[in-house]
Design a protein. Structure first.
Length: 340
């Protein structure tokens, strides 16, 4: 590929998140959206028409294109491993939405098949690229608050997903908490223990699926760091996304984001503010753009994509451990498991 030319990228999946990626690809000066692939070919055509791409119902057409440089995978989770294998086999870079799979054995098998050739595979943990969270992490790494002792992550959705989504999601720990588990590793890479509790406090259909609508996870790092993750499938006041890092010399905090910083003061109350951003598409819009920027830079320079395939596996191992802990009531050791 010529470094001065745009990279040709294919999009696998044209659903809600696929459309976000399609718009970001189209707006990126270094990318050309070449293909949109989706078995629901009418959906693929709709997105492809918007951005001047080819549409197909089969990824075979995508991987037959010798001019392609990269693939962005945002199709259903069960397709991720096969598409990663196919892309790497063609020498293409891959940005794959989380999770890489719901089965850690399938992920390990894929890693073995790739024979360590995962430098150009990126897992879509976009929250690492959120400006506020990334700034906190950078300042923690620079020693601003001394030794990191406690990390507190709060993530609550405004409302539970539909029953059909919950049934295929893999459960709250693999579907929702996995973002926060990766964020925990972003700050504390070496996690050794996982303790989790799940509860059913408001959703009958989530309980009927054998899943939880609420969860609290505690992680312990090798150097004694404690990470607390609070998740809920609903929040009456909107999409709740916060992070706090506490250290020996101080604290850093990233709070929720509203469309404006305007505050109202009156006889009925003070500090009234706009509602929080409604959901992840709005709250993490910048993170998705920065994630794509990093992917493009890595492809152009030949540097390792970050977070990589192994990071996707590590988050899944932690999610599995959390599910086991919640089911058994026991703390689960992951000593050494994240580095196999």
């Amino acid at each position: 590929m010529a470094s001065q030319n745009k990279l040709n990228i294919a999009l696998c999946g044209s659903g809600r998140i696929g459309r976000v990626h399609a718009a970001n690809i189209a707006a990126h000066p270094g990318l050309n959206l070449a293909w949109v692939a989706d078995p629901m070919v009418d959906s693929a055509r709709e997105v492809a028409t918007l951005y001047g791409a080819f549409a197909t119902g089969s990824t075979d057409d995508v991987f037959a294109d010798a001019s392609l440089d990269a693939v962005l995978v945002c199709s259903p989770t069960p397709t991720h491993i096969d598409l990663i294998r196919a892309a790497v086999g063609r020498g293409l870079a891959v940005l794959c939405e989380k999770p890489i799979d719901l089965d850690i054995d399938r992920a390990r098998s894929c890693l073995a098949d790739l024979a360590g050739n995962t430098a150009a595979v990126m897992t879509g943990f976009n929250r690492r690229f959120d400006p506020a969270f990334a700034a906190v992490r950078k300042r923690v790494a620079a020693g601003e608050i001394g030794r990191l002792e406690q990390l507190t992550i709060t993530s609550r959705d405004p409302a539970p997903a539909p029953a059909a989504y919950i049934a295929a999601s893999g459960g709250i720990f693999r579907d929702m908490s996995i973002h926060d588990l990766d964020m925990a590793r972003f700050f504390v890479p070496d996690i050794v223990e996982v303790t989790a509790h799940g509860a059913n406090v408001f959703s009958d259909y989530i309980a009927e699926e054998g899943d939880f609508d609420s969860a609290v996870i505690t992680l312990r790092g090798r150097n004694g760091e404690l990470v607390s993750i609070t998740n809920s499938r609903h929040s009456a006041y909107g999409y709740d996304q916060r992070l706090e890092a506490f250290g020996s010399q101080g604290m850093l905090r990233a709070d929720n984001i509203s469309p404006t910083t305007v505050r109202s003061f009156g006889p009925l109350g003070v500090e009234g503010a706009d509602p929080y951003e409604p959901f992840f598409l709005e709250r993490y819009a910048a993170a998705y753009r920065h994630e794509l920027d990093h992917f493009v830079d890595a492809v152009r320079t030949g540097s390792r994509c970050f977070p990589g395939f192994e990071d996707g596996m590590a988050a899944l191992i932690l999610a599995d451990a959390a599910a086991e802990s919640a089911a058994t009531g026991k703390t689960v050791s992951v000593e050494g498991a994240l580095h196999k």
